[in-house]
Design a binder for this molecule. Structure first.
Ligand code: IPM
Ligand code: MN
Length: 356
């Protein structure tokens, strides 16, 4: 029996999560597992009404869950930073979800803006460090608001977090068809922090003689991801660069309509979310693509050990996409409704592999 915390959030979050939960119900019935949902309404909406973002007591409740399923947070009337820090980063850091795993996979039938690249060329995963780097919020102002103002934003890299991230990437590469890990950094400029990443990569890499090692500076990887995405299998990188290159990754796999991510604590509670934001202008229109949230659910089931269930979801997604049910992955251009996409995925799951 799984206990799954559900935080739909703002904007299109509730709609895409609703479709995800329909899919979860179908998979559980087909696969014969049971779960209980614990709903939380933390969001920009709730913050505006009560001033509450995510109380510590709730963070503690989340520690006892099997998984967390997050929609999207972000509200046009809430100052940037409040929900990001107070909810998303609070959960990632508080539950020590030290890996942000983002698959970049082009499914058949999906348009990629890169000319001449096919699904077999775009299939890699980014292992992003998820607890430190530039995200720790360390820094401050001096003489704020004056012409002599100083702003400091510090990047923190610990050996422990660097090592566990890199080790996770190598471990993951063992399960991949192409056994290769690429370290993405900026060690030519960040001569302390990314010197540490370089040394740890060499050290940990030596324990994995079966895995090919490669390196690319972050600016260069932005070029290679477009020019030669087929070079990559597992890319590991720091928090900030991982954030940036996975938006690029989302674009080459068909856009925010499909890109999903997992915030993983391999020893604790993990959280699964579509990469897209709350997109308020598409809210409640039945126009948003729920596949990113459904893909996030697939990552959740895989993480829970429900491998067959995860495969059922992925096969249903592939069947939907390769048969042209969705005209365009973008919100408002799908040619089919949010609910209808969810219904089709449920139908395909119930039909099992017959239709693939
Ligand atoms: C993401 C988002 C977050 C991040 C923001 C909302 C804090 O962009 O999940 O990629 O930077 O990690
Ligand atoms: Mn991001």
């Amino acid at each position: 029996m799984y206990r799954i915390a559900v935080i739909p959030g703002d904007g299109v979050g509730p709609e895409v999560i609703r479709e995800g939960l329909k899919v979860l119900k179908a998979v559980a019935e087909v696969r014969g597992f049971t779960y209980e949902l614990v709903h939380y309404d933390f969001s920009g909406e709730r913050f505006l009404a009560t001033g509450e973002v995510l109380p510590d007591s709730v963070l503690d409740e989340l520690r006892d869950m099997s998984s967390i399923y997050l929609g999207a947070v972000g509200h046009p009337k809430v100052k940037p930073g409040i929900l990001e820090q107070g909810l998303l980063l609070k959960i990632r850091f508080g539950l020590d979800q030290y890996i942000n795993l983002r698959p970049v996979k082009l499914y058949p039938g999906v348009y990629t803006p890169i000319k001449d690249k096919r699904p077999e060329d775009i299939d890699f995963v980014v292992v992003r460090e998820n607890t430190e780097g530039l995200y720790t919020g360390i820094g401050g102002f001096l003489r704020k608001g004056t012409p002599d103002e100083v702003a400091i934003q510090e990047a923190v890299y610990t050996r422990k977090a660097t090592e566990r991230c890199i080790r996770y990437a190598f471990q993951l590469a063992r399960d991949e068809a192409r056994k290769k890990v690429t370290l993405c950094d900026k060690s030519n400029v960040l001569t302390y922090g990314h010197d540490l990443w370089q040394r740890v990569f060499q050290e940990v890499g030596a324990e994995y003689p079966d895995i090919e090692k490669d390196h690319a500076y972050v600016d260069a990887i932005c070029m290679w991801m477009i020019k030669n995405p087929e070079w990559f299998s597992v890319i590991t990188t720091c928090n900030m660069f991982g954030d940036i290159i996975t938006d690029l990754g989302a674009m080459i796999q068909g856009g925010m309509g499909i890109a999903a991510g997992a915030n993983i604590n391999p020893e604790g509670v993990s959280m699964f979310e579509p990469i897209h934001g709350s997109a308020p202008k598409y809210a409640d229109k039945n126009e948003i693509n729920p596949l990113a949230a459904i893909s996030a659910l697939q990552l959740m089931l895989k993480n829970l050990g429900e491998k067959e269930g995860a495969i059922l979801i992925e096969n249903a997604i592939i069947r939907l996409l390769s048969n042209g049910y969705i005209k365009d992955m973008g919100a408002g251009r799908m040619g089919i409704g949010t609910k209808e996409v969810g219904d089709l995925i449920v139908k395909f799951i119930r039909e099992g592999d017959k239709g693939v």
